[in-house]
Design a protein around this ligand. Sequence first.
Ligand code: KG4
Ligand code: ZN
Length: 336
Amino acid sequence: KKDIRILAYESSCDETSTAVIKNGREIESLVVATQIKSHQRFGGVVPEVASRHHIEVITQITKEALSEAKVTWNDIDAIAVTYGPGLVGALLIGVSAAKAASMATGIPLIGVDHIMGHIMAAQLEDEIEYPALALQVSGGHTELVLMHDPINFEIIGDTRDDAAGEAYDKIGRVLGVNYPAGKTIDTWAHQGNDTFNFPRAMLEDDDYDFSFSGLKSAFINTCHHADQIGEKLDKYDLAASFQAAVVDVLSHKTIRAIKEFKPKTFVLGGGVAANRGLRERLEAEIGKLDNKPKVIIPPMKLCGDNAAMIGAAAYNLYKAGKFSGLDLNADPSLEL
Ligand code: KG4
Ligand code: ZN
């Protein structure tokens, strides 16, 4: 049986990445050019700056991915690329590069949904058994996704406003923490206590949606009020209180979804999967269940945006014969 090799591109936000993936499971090369430093002074990702950086590095890192994997275009069976959701200008750079490569080489093209990619990072770590459930939490996403099989996914819950990581970054700014703030807030949270009792939005609602803007506002108001009356609040307790509210809501809805849909595998992904409080809580809660799903948490370098996860997802689409034409276009609001 012949090995299937996929060259994958990812450029939906602030990382430009290329990878060569064998048989949907094995990373032969992975190159990630991050732009975090360029966006840090703005406190978030600036779309124009992102597009320019993608253009600057994409040709070079395509060569690097091939040479690191010790392969040439002749060894590649498909070219995969994220075509949405994301920043339109950023997506267009990857889509154009992939289409140009496909046209020049005649290698078939596969457009991949970014969220499907994130979830499929798990496939690089372990075998996913279906049906599966994924909690995808990052600076751009907060979704509960039911996976019927390797290519048919259904979003059962989503954020109504801010993504969880985005909320971390915004309250981090109030505390003077550099973007992205999640890691520092997580560390502080472990040194403080939940003394503020911030709101847990939609905790008792019977859907799987999330909302973090009320929590963010409550946090900011608390800090401003203290400022006005000249009171100094403990940053560790603030962090612990914020994190407790986020983790409560995320774990509560996840456990309820596991009970309802009885997945064989549970996947945690996205940058916020690094959060110690969230991991500990989910592991503890899943441990108490009667029908425990297998839990897969990809390593951190695969939780952030990267092309390896896009190559993994593309392999499943390849197997299902789901190729794209050269008219593939970036779709900033693509839905699974
Ligand atoms: O997946 P990712 O690298 O990029 C995208 O947003 O697509 O996620 C980055 C996000 C940032 O918002 C960052 O603050 C958050 O993940 N993050 C964390 C932690 N580490 C990173 N949030 C909470 N706790 C952490 N330990
Ligand atoms: Zn992402």
